[in-house]
Design a protein around this ligand. Sequence first.
Ligand code: BGO
Length: 711
Amino acid sequence: MSRPLTIALAGNPNAGKTSVFNALTGARQHVGNYPGVTVEYKEGSVQHHGRPVQVVDLPGTYSLTAYSPEELVARNYLIGQRPDVVVDVVDASNLERNLYLTVQLMELGVPLVVCLNMVDVAEAKGLKIDAAKLSRMLGAPVVPTVARSGRGMDELLQAAVELADSDPEWTPLEISYGTDVDQGAAEVSALLQGPQERRGLLSAHWLAVKCLEGDQEVIAHVEQTPELAERVLPVCRRVASHVRSTMDDEPESVIADYRYGFIMGITRQVMVSEREMRMDFSDKLDKVLTHRLAGPLFLFAVLYAIYEFVFWASASPVVWFEKFFGWLGGAVSAVLPEGVLRSLIVSGVIDGVGGVLGFAPLIAFMFFAIAIMEDSGYMARVAYIMDRVLRIFGLHGNSVMALIVGGGISGGCAVPGVMAARTLKDPKARLATILTVPFMNCGAKLPVFSLLIAAFFARHQAEMLFVLTLISWGLGLLAAKLLRVTVLKGEQAPFVMELPPYRAPTLKGLVIHTWERTWQYVKKAGTMILGVSILMWAAMSFPGLDASQDAAWQARMNAAPTPAARSELASARASAELAGTLAGQAGQALTVITAPLGFDWRTNVALVGGFAAKEVIVSTMGVAYSLGEVDTEHPASLSQRLAREPGWSPLAAFALMVFVMVYAPCVATLVMIRKETGGWGWAMFSLAYNTLIAYALALAVYQGGLLLGLG
Ligand code: BGO
């Protein structure tokens, strides 16, 4: 005979729990008190095909936050006694409010059956609830019932027994509570991870979220291990104070808002009302902003406005930065004598790092705009709108954030983009998102595009940049699809798109969020790009010309009849010098592979540098085309030079832009991919995947163009 089972009944007061309990157990009841509290305790039993099933009626609660004795009793019973199944009695006529407890039961991870009670009342109110869809979205059986008349009770018992017999694991649901809380929870949960006895049988993530909510019971539990408390509690306090300063609210209310956001995402999908419901501000705004037609139009307008705002606001600061680095280079040149050291500091360090830092204002304004979208709750709507489209390509609405931060609005950065994919819980969709981010047009690719557009598509600059943005999205989505039907094949888990209520962002919060992301970019310039700039400088400086070659060039230049002829010769000398360096030799060796794409050896040198950081491409081309110093933000002189250079054409430039858009992510991004995926495997995959696709595309563009006579 099968083992006896225990079912616990949970639910809001007045959801019909007592009625369900009575309908299931009839007269076989026993009433008592929970030890130490005045909370009533009821137990009963029922036979299911001759098998005894114990039914425990938990106190009616709205939540599991341990604020009231009832909540504490219910939670401690679930954690301590671990019933086989929890039946959550939900009042269907008040679905949104009742699901708040359901979400918390899911976060705890209990094996759950939802008793969708009072469907008669809901119907009388003109509410239609799609129970099957609700079940898919919750990932739990949902049984419609009318407890008062006993309707659905057999099915409910059957569903509970079936679930219990499947020996379900506790699977805690992890929802997103917004970037700040999510990052904090990840940090705290990493500290709580460890020997099973340390956390009892609860998930580290659940405990972490409870600590951030300020749950005294859980905090007291952590304090039982003083050395753990010493590490965990200061982090909790720091995260809580960070959330307070960025969101101007307590962590527990932010978390509650996101739980309601999760619920809104569900009720939107499963419930239709025949009558006009009372709507609050968020609902009214959502009627427009998530409307099938108006929503995408508004999104398009917002993205366009961001584009305009970012370029307008950053125009002057970018010039100031550029002037500053120009002045710095000049000052150093004036102080240091000509030679290797001066060349290293001016060309290697100041030009390399300055070229990147010069873009910091643009990046900062872009992140500011993104912070407004995120902190106001609009980003969640963008994800909601885009979900339908992204799913076609095996991604997810929540991928939008990662793609936008990564350069979906030209000017982002793949490093925080890859990190932003953390909000995706489905591992395959998350990995596909991480691998799609490098296809976006990050801020480092922009100087390359502006250089080539100015040289070859001067009359259609804005249109060209817009087309490149569309191409990057198109290619990114197709590449994601390719991954999802091959190496990342798998069912798409049904996933709830959270719709947290709108909030007015605080200036302090916006500034902190902008700074956090901009700082990563600046750090990259100060570390990775500094190193690479020095390496590239060395590779492009040595071995250099020997004394006799140098003397020969000097003699020719001295004999030049006019200053113009002399400067021509100086250019030719620089070019010859570069050709003989390590980088120059490598670039020439690579022409076997890149000639079919229309790239010459100097472009190859720049592209090799760009493997490390795409910012390096323009400055390297400047040197390679023997103009010495090239200003990365205003590469007019270089672009004029390219436009005149034999072998270059609009077609070759376009092939190069496509190649730069797609080929290997920069080293900083690869390092981040390694960190986020837990190994070098996917980082190396990304390097190979992107470079192969880039090669194939550039080849198709260039050779196809030649065939069509566009060369
Ligand atoms: C009274 N449908 C309808 N229509 N009513 C239901 C259903 C259902 O599916 N399920 C329960 N109810 P409890 P908690 C009452 O008591 O089980 C009714 O707190 C009344 N009482 O009959 O007590 C149920 O244990 C006088 O209604 O809930 C009960 O979770 C007039 O919902 C109420 C009208 O159910 C709460 C109703 C003297």
